[in-house]
Design a protein around this ligand. Sequence first.
Ligand code: BEZ
Length: 252
Amino acid sequence: MTSLADKQTWSAEKYAANARFVADMAGEISSWLAPAPGMRILDVGCGDGALTRRIADTGANVVGIDSSPELLERARALGLDVREVSVTQMTFDNEFDAIFSNAVLHWVNEPDLAIARMRAALKSSGRLVAEFGGHGNIASIVTAMRAVARSHGVDESLASPWFYPTPDEYRAKLEPSGFKVERIGLFPRLTPLPTGMHGWLDTFRATFFAAFGDRAEEARRSVEDLLRPSLCDRAGNWTADYVRLRVEAVAV
Ligand code: BEZ
């Protein structure tokens, strides 16, 4: 998982326990990719390789990249060809028929550089097929974290280090950079959280709570209390208000 936006680190155990849904809910964008035997595909932000393995099982020739050595170790154990490099630092040149990326590009705080590197990695007519957080993603979670930061005198910008563009904003980055957008849109996708808001905050926003020092646990409970009426049902099941930006663009 590429994490340039803050000092996010990834625990393979936490990721497997709290975020397996990330790969499990990628059916729609995987169908946009339509991998086929022999197709050379780059998986940007392959993480622990759960989804990369599924793509490779179609007979496609897949390379994964990620910045997390811990997650890459899991991916290698699945027999995958993966490399430790971020999307903004990769140097592939004219090599891939398609680039796939799921739930990663919102972590990258240099989107123009990422787009340039992805364009360079694609052959002419190669496709970029990506899904990531779009405008309005997890708005209520971010708002609750901001409110708690404000009330504790903590820098509230730490609540949301992510890049959540609108389709127009992302198209305006792709088209001058050598891509023709075939389809792009926002898709609200309520996302059940199998280990609740606690597991989600622990996996994805630990750096935010670290800023509260010895009041971290109190702050996390306050965020959960603010969110419970909107995102937790009467049976105790949590859902997150994800909004996905999906895009397919062709290298021209
Ligand atoms: C997302 O996939 O939208 C997401 C995941 C972790 C943190 C923030 C957003």
